[in-house]
Structures are given as structure tokens and as C-alpha cells.
Design a protein around this ligand. Structure first.
Ligand SMILES: CC(C)(COP(=O)(O)OP(=O)(O)OC[C@H]1O[C@@H](n2cnc3c(N)ncnc32)[C@H](O)[C@@H]1OP(=O)(O)O)[C@@H](O)C(=O)NCCC(=O)NCCSC(=O)CCO
Length: 233
């Protein structure tokens, strides 16, 4: 079972409940009096089809009638759970959803393929650039990991790759690197993770860490699965 209290109206509570599949009594239930009484709003099987694995329900922070259920598909209802529309995504098995409490069009959803920003129609593209004329990104501060051993270094590279570089590369919104100065080490790798790169006349790119015997850790040398498939680096 999963439960969600509306941030707009704390008397409104949604409960997503699995039942014995022979009885087929599962679905979404709602209480409008803070849990005293309940009624079923939907028995749509898509809502509970992954219940043996996980089950998630979220209420919109601005509108008590907008509800999200994460299952094999991600589903959205705008009428308090009566009818559902499927959200598109790069992958199935949706596990988690964050909705910006101040802007309910701004969301991050996580599925087995990674994390995605919402399909915010207002955001057509994302531009990453440096503040000022000098640098796009000068790379990592080597003094922060100079004392790491091999396994700590590997862990740092794997974590950074997943948290930032794969995240950027897998965004459905196009990401442009506007390289306006030094793009060094991880900075160059960040530009490479973007979908497009535009270099200014003062752009200077390189992997200076190799002069210290450090293998660049974020995909510029070895790429990731996508690169191996498409050979695009
Ligand atoms: C970026 C360079 C070329 C700028 O050179 P310069 O104009 O001479 O300015 P500096 O005096 O060297 O630097 C100014 C100021 O910035 C700090 N700084 C520079 N680079 C970094 C960095 N990567 N991380 C943290 N801080 C940085 C520098 O210490 C100075 O600070 P002060 O407090 O003013 O002293 C030049 O700085 C340069 O070559 N930097 C190193 C670039 C680099 O090696 N990048 C790769 C890092 S490894 C990596 O990213 C791993 C990914 O696989």
C-alpha cells in the first residue's frame, strides 16, 4: 500500500492498495475527512500492477485533484483519480517523483532508465555556461581527491558519472554547452555530456590531469553505454 496526503488540503488522503489478484479489489481509495471514511475512486489495474514490487502515489502540491501513480507506467489523473493518462518516458518501471512545491510544472521522475525532468513545455532547451569570461568549468579541485586510493577514486568517478554526466546526457530536453573560456578536465567532460557544444573564440579545452598521470574519470576517454552503441565521441 502507498499513501499520500494532499499538501493543499490535509483532509484529503489517497491510498493505493493492492489486493489478492483473484479478488481484484485493489485500486485507489480516497478519504475527504482525514482518513475517517474511505471510498474507492479507481479500480484501474494499471495502478497496482507493480504492487508485488513497489507501489507509489503522489498528490500535486498545488491542486488536490491532480494525482500521480508510479507503476510500470507513470500515470496522472486530473480529476481526483477517476481517469488516468499515461506519461511518456525513456523507460518503464517508474519508482520516484519529486514535484517542486513552488512550481508544480517542475518535476523530476526516476525510472529504471535514470532520472528525467518533466516535459515542461516552457523549457525548450538548457544552456550551461560559465559565469564571466574566464572559464566554462576549470574541472575538479584535484586537492580534494589527491590522497584517494584506487578504489576511492573509482567510486568517486562512478558516482559523479551517474549523478551529473549521465543525468545531463539522458535529459530529454536538449542541453547546450556554451564554452566561454577554459573547459578543463571534468569541465570538458561536462561539455561532452551535453547534446550540443558551441565554443566561443576564447574557448580552451583540455585534459590537464593526464600530465599528472590521472585518467579522466567522467567518460571522455572510455564513454558510456550510449557511446558504445552509437560511437559518437
Ligand atoms: C584554469 C587555469 C588554466 C587558470 O589559470 P590562471 O588564469 O593562471 O589562474 P590561477 O591562478 O591558476 O587560478 C585562479 C584561481 O582558481 C583556482 N582554480 C583553478 N582551477 C581550479 C580547479 N580545477 N578547482 C579548484 N580551483 C581551481 C586556483 O587555485 C586559483 O585560486 P586562488 O584562490 O586564486 O589561488 C588554471 O588554474 C588551471 O590549469 N587549473 C587546473 C585545471 C585542471 O587541472 N583541471 C582538471 C582537474 S581534474 C578533473 O577535472 C577530473 C576529471 O576527470
Amino acid at each position: 500500500m502507498a499513501i499520500s496526503v494532499s499538501p493543499v488540503n490535509s483532509n484529503k488522503v489517497f491510498a493505493l492498495i493492492e489486493s489478492d489478484s483473484d479478488q481484484d479489489k485493489g485500486g485507489l481509495f480516497v478519504s475527504n475527512n482525514a482518513g475517517k471514511t474511505w471510498s474507492m475512486v479507481s479500480g484501474d489495474n494499471r495502478l497496482v500492477q507493480r504492487a508485488w514490487y513497489y507501489i507509489e502515489v503522489f498528490t500535486d502540491p498545488k491542486d488536490e485533484d491532480i494525482v500521480y501513480v508510479l507503476s510500470a507506467p507513470a500515470l496522472r489523473s486530473e480529476d481526483g483519480g477517476k481517469t488516468w493518462k499515461r506519461l511518456t518516458g525513456t523507460h518503464g518501471d517508474f519508482h520516484d517523483l519529486w514535484i517542486n512545491p513552488d512550481n508544480n510544472k517542475n518535476m523530476v521522475i526516476a525510472n529504471d532508465g535514470g532520472a528525467e525532468l518533466d516535459e515542461d513545455n516552457e523549457t525548450k532547451a538548457i544552456i550551461i555556461t560559465g559565469n564571466g569570461e574566464k572559464a566554462f568549468v576549470a574541472g575538479a579541485d584535484i586537492s580534494e581527491f589527491a590522497h584517494f586510493d584506487v578504489s576511492q577514486g573509482g567510486e568517486l568517478a562512478a558516482k559523479g558519472q551517474e549523478l551529473l554526466f549521465d543525468f545531463v546526457e539522458n535529459l530529454s530536453t536538449p542541453v547546450i554547452a556554451a564554452v566561454n573560456g577554459f573547459a578543463l578536465g571534468g569541465g570538458l567532460e561536462l561539455a561532452m555530456a551535453c547534446h550540443f557544444r558551441v565554443a566561443g573564440v576564447n574557448a580552451k579545452m583540455g585534459l590537464p590531469e593526464t600530465t599528472l598521470g590521472l585518467i579522466p574519470g567522467y567518460g571522455s576517454c572510455h564513454g558510456n553505454d550510449t557511446d558504445r552503441k552509437h560511437g559518437d565521441r
